[in-house]
Design a protein around this ligand. Structure first.
Ligand code: NAP
Length: 323
């Protein structure tokens, strides 16, 4: 019979590691399932989305900035210092119908747990173009987060573009107008999906310009982006647009598919639904933190805060169990 863990944390981004630091300091000996490398068909990418972020400049405490991977390595080191244990596994399915909870790994093993914190994050949707992904991975000016990367010196006073027509795209475009010489909003239709208030802000901006009925068919540039190849969705005509930065804002997908059939309540967009002002899901003993339960703020620092809340909620739950 496998040992029953106090608390298993699924995911190793800011939310997962912060939950681990708090749970470890509370002597709960947490086990973190960190996911498996991206080259395999992973559910969770170790380190989460920050592994795709070059410079993090908005996390308090790092006045000179820090790279996303360095930041996640430090979070991990801090969690291990207090006794966090780590497994390089994906959790592929969960059974929350009886106690202890059962978590099945990608290696066919079963982990038993009294409490579980789900911190599996969300993945930005990409257009799926080869050069888009290459330049996103290398920090070559393609990003899925303007709030994270938009203020970097490379983008100052340069022509930039955002892809998408929803609230995220227009919010990112509006944010970028503060730094860029010009912000194009490339949208595949001739009207935005975003709220009227967001649209008004973009239409009123002197340096934002919607490009209607356009899709990006290629991203140009060797080491850094120099432009995009656009195709008109009505006429089929192709054109080139010179750019120094491209921000893809076509939605996010929360990592919740492994929760199918567990009874955990999700919203229409498949994010975990939490009870107000807590990390509690509808199943006692199962908690969630970070982007997997937050479609709005999606910041490293807000995810870390949620990880702290989840560990405190789990600690409270476990101490009530042993009373
Ligand atoms: P979204 O509302 O789903 O919008 C995604 C946009 O990307 C749509 O305009 C869509 O085009 C476009 N798109 C999707 N796939 C594409 C592709 N392959 N190529 C080109 N374009 C593509 O996502 P979101 O903007 O991230 O917003 C998600 C949720 O969070 C929404 O409910 C939103 O209201 C909310 N949100 C709120 C705020 C706020 O209130 N401040 C801020 C951000 C997000 P179509 O329109 O043609 O489908």
């Amino acid at each position: 019979m496998a040992e029953i863990e106090n608390v298993v944390i699924i995911g190793s981004g800011p939310a997962g590691w912060t939950a681990a630091i708090y749970a470890a300091r509370a002597d709960l000996r947490p086990l973190v399932c960190i996911g498996v490398p991206k080259s395999s068909p992973a559910i969770v990418l170790p380190g989460g989305q920050l592994m795709l972020t070059t410079e993090v400049e908005n996390y308090p405490g790092f006045p000179d900035g820090i790279t996303g991977p360095d930041m996640m390595a430090d979070f991990q080191k801090q969690a291990e210092r207090f006794g966090t244990r780590i497994r390089g596994n994906d959790i592929v399915s969960c059974d929350f119908s009886e106690k202890p909870f059962k978590l099945e790994t990608n290696k066919g093993e079963t982990i038993l747990a009294k409490a579980v914190i789900i911190a599996t994050g969300a993945t930005a949707n990409w257009m799926g173009l080869e050069n888009e992904m290459r330049l996103a991975r290398s920090g070559g000016g393609v990003s899925a987060c303007a709030v994270c990367d938009g203020a970097l010196p490379a983008f100052r006073d340069q022509p930039l573009a955002v892809v998408g027509g929803g609230d995220s795209a227009l919010e990112e475009a509006s944010y970028l107008t503060k730094f860029a010489s010009k912000v194009y909003v490339i949208h595949r239709r001739d009207e935005f999906r975003a709220s009227k208030a967001m649209q008004k802000r973009i239409f009123a901006s002197a340096n934002a310009e919607p490009l209607w009925n356009k899709v990006v068919v290629d991203v140009l540039g060797d080491d850094v982006i120099t432009g995009v190849l656009l195709k008109d969705t009505v006429t089929g005509e192709e054109s080139t647009l010179d750019l120094r930065g491209l921000f893809v804002a076509i939605g996010h997908t929360p990592t919740t598919e492994f929760l199918d059939g567990t009874g955990i309540e999700l919203d229409d967009a498949k994010y975990i639904q939490l009870k107000t002002r807590s990390s509690k899901t509808n199943i006692p003993g199962v908690f969630a933190a970070g982007d997997v339960a937050d479609s709005v703020y999606r910041q490293a620092v807000s995810a870390a805060g949620m990880g702290c809340i989840a560990a405190l909620d789990a600690e409270h739950y476990l101490s009530a169990l042993s009373d």
